[in-house]
Design a protein around this ligand. Structure first.
Ligand code: HEC
Length: 353
């Protein structure tokens, strides 16, 4: 029984994967639904009566590649959008939209609503100019709280689709948030949903909490989201550390790109300058260490933070010598960048993921 339900979703997803524009007819499991049952007022496909049951597995992140094997559905690139994967008629995931052309790409796909689960406050005004509505529900890397699950499910249920869900890169948090919608609103079996996270979206196996929520967690029924008093805010309140990390993350992203082109700016991104990115990272680490709650942090946390500040400052100095054309400096900068990145990961492993 379970196998055949999975197979049906499997077939539907293969079909959905072929076309970004087509409005696929939704084959509901169990009986043939009336027209009224098949669509709701938002033009979204009809929902299953009950949210699919939790899986009986101990390590969902590992099970994500063994329970269900999906056909290939590689992430797509579009103007301003990366890592785009269509999960269903209602739910598409990808990276943070870059610039106006990204919103145009979303409109082309028929998208009506965007959910950001990243810490950065979205540019809701720019999106609105393209007729797109932004909802901001920032989530962590270690799981999705009950309140966040309710807000996500309510958005997928009640705002017009298709809904484009993004985090920063479109790989971990975004796909997990989308999986809440896949299970609670699309009615996808949970083994299918975690397989999509891993096999289609590339969600890291280290983020066990994200897999656990989707495989085992309480995902809200329609009655629960109906009762929730939530106004789909386009800008959620963000804590000091989280917003600082958003800045650090953009700086690191810039450095990574520049490290691959000998630290030189290029014609496509003339304002992306290595020294400026390194300075931004250094200044942000400094400001984090001045925040009120920093003093009470554990010793290893502080050590990583202080070293990150030092490494960024050293990187600024070395990048200045790169600019002066010293031959060894470019490699030295690369080593510093790698040390910086290793410390991001080390701290996150203990204190974030
Ligand atoms: C000493 C610890 C530490 C270091 C070093 C550190 N981070 Fe973080 N980072 C955190 C913690 C803790 C959070 C979770 C903050 C929260 O959600 O309140 C976080 C959150 C984040 C987030 C998620 C922001 C969001 O959208 O919610 C990103 C992205 C991030 N860090 C990137 C980086 C990068 C890139 C580096 C290195 C250049 C780095 N961090 C260095 C501790 C650290």
């Amino acid at each position: 029984m379970k196998a055949s339900t999975t197979a049906r979703w499997f077939a539907l997803s293969v079909f959905a994967g072929f076309s970004f524009l087509g409005t696929a007819a939704c084959s509901n499991t169990g009986g043939s639904p009336s027209e009224a049952e098949r669509t709701n007022g938002n033009g979204n496909a009809a929902e299953p009566k009950l949210v699919p049951a939790p899986l009986k597995v101990e390590k969902p992140a590992e099970a994500a590649d063994t329970l269900v094997k999906l056909p290939a559905n590689p992430p797509q690139e579009m103007p301003g959008l990366h890592n785009v994967v269509k999960l269903s008629d209602r739910i598409i995931i990808g990276a943070e939209p870059e610039g106006r052309e990204a919103f145009a790409s979303l409109v082309k796909m028929g998208v009506k609503t965007i959910i950001s689960v990243d810490g950065k406050t979205p540019d809701a005004e720019a999106a609105a100019k393209h007729g797109l509505r932004y909802v901001h529900i920032p989530i962590g890397y270690d799981g999705i709280t009950e309140e966040e699950r309710l807000k996500l499910a309510k958005t997928y249920r009640e705002l017009p689709g298709p809904v484009y869900t993004h985090c920063f890169h479109g790989k971990h948090r975004g796909p997990a948030a989308a999986a809440v919608g896949r299970v609670a609103v699309d009615g996808a079996p949970r083994d299918q949903a975690i397989a999509e996270m891993s096999q289609w979206c590339g969600t890291g196996k280290a983020y066990t909490g994200l897999y656990e929520v989707i495989a085992l967690g309480d995902l809200p029924e329609a009655s629960a989201t109906k009762q929730l008093d939530y106004n789909f805010a386009p800008a959620a309140a963000i804590g000091g550390l989280q917003s600082a990390m958003v800045v650090v993350a953009r700086a690191e992203e810039g450095l990574k790109a520049l490290s691959k082109q000998g630290w030189k700016a290029d014609a496509h991104h003339p304002d992306l300058v290595a020294i400026e990115e390194a300075k931004r990272a250094a200044d942000t680490f400094t400001s984090i260490m001045q925040q009120a709650d920093y003093a009470g942090r554990p010793a290893d946390y502080k050590q990583w933070m202080e070293r990150s500040e030092e490494t960024s400052k050293e990187l600024v100095l070395v990048l200045e010598t790169v600019e002066r054309g010293e031959p060894e400096a470019s490699d030295q900068a690369l080593r510093l960048y790698q040390r910086l990145k290793a410390d991001c990961n080390a701290c996150h492993k203990s204190y974030r993921d």
